[in-house]
Design a protein around this ligand. Structure first.
Ligand code: PEP
Length: 256
């Protein structure tokens, strides 16, 4: 029995009205039934409350796409872990390549946020992944290892169960291009090995490693069938209730 985490990242899409519609459709699509895969939606901050209310009596969880490292204060435009916890958020994405690229988030800041998220009782979904030039030059493992090292150094082995690593090759995000199942498995195995070198095999097994990059119903089965792929971080396909629920059903089928 495998315990998948199927997480949706809505990015800067779906304000409260649209979020209400998609979230309600999701609950309906899965008939509000119980499923063993963990399913999570990370809406934009302004829609967290709406989605959280709709998911209240369902198995779906709600996540945030970003938080600040402080609890409150003069940080215009930011939100904190205590604020999202107030809305029953369980997970926070950190280090997404879009935040690294457009908001200049460094490995150091990603590490600091990871620690803050975990220290405050939430699960951190730490995104790592190489750009196309590094994949082509064969430096992809080096890039991922460096990103991973920063995050791991900020926390301890006792935090393993509250750490999720999302391997998202930047060249596969929003491009329609997906890593092959072999490329995904190879990197996931590498990430698990690196964690086990630091924290031991048992702790490394506690860390879920998600694949992200144009995952959709069409390719989900072969990706999720890889032994070290513990789920998906899904952008585009999570904005449609039918495709996201289909991926959850695929995970459900494989997990049995
Ligand atoms: C993402 O935003 O993390 C992502 C993987 O997006 P997409 O599924 O659209 O490639």
């Amino acid at each position: 029995m495998r315990n998948f985490l199927i997480a949706g990242n809505w990015k800067m899409n779906a304000g409260p009205s649209e979020a209400r519609e998609i979230a309600s459709n999701l609950v309906d699509a899965l008939n509000n039934g119980s499923f063993s895969a963990e399913a999570l939606i990370c809406p934009p901050a302004i829609s967290i409350q709406t989605v959280s209310e709709i998911f209240a009596d369902s198995p779906f969880k709600v996540g945030a796409q970003n938080v600040h490292t402080e609890d409150n204060g003069a940080f215009t435009g930011e939100i904190s872990t205590s604020m999202v916890k107030d809305l029953d958020v369980t997970h926070v994405i950190v280090g997404h390549s879009e935040r690294r690229e457009y908001f200049h988030e460094t490995d150091k800041l990603v590490a600091k946020k990871t620690k803050k998220i975990i220290d405050d009782g939430l699960t951190a979904i730490v995104c790592v992944g190489e750009k196309l030039d590094k994949r082509k030059s064969g430096d992809h493992e080096k890039v991922v290892l460096n990103q991973l090292d920063h995050a791991l150094n900020a926390i301890t082995r006792d935090n393993a169960a509250n750490l999720v690593v999302a391997y998202e090759p930047v060249w596969a995000i929003g491009t329609g291009e997906t890593a092959t199942p072999e490329q995904a498995q190879e990197m996931h195995r590498f990430i698990r090995f690196q964690i086990s070198e630091r924290w031991g095999k048992d702790r490394a097994e506690e860390v879920k490693i998600l694949y992200g990059g144009s995952m959709k119903p069409k390719n989900a089965e072969e990706l999720l069938s890889q032994p070290d792929v513990d789920g998906g971080l899904i952008g585009g396909a999570s904005l449609k209730a039918d495709s996201f629920s289909e991926i959850i059903s695929i995970a459900e089928k494989i997990s049995k």
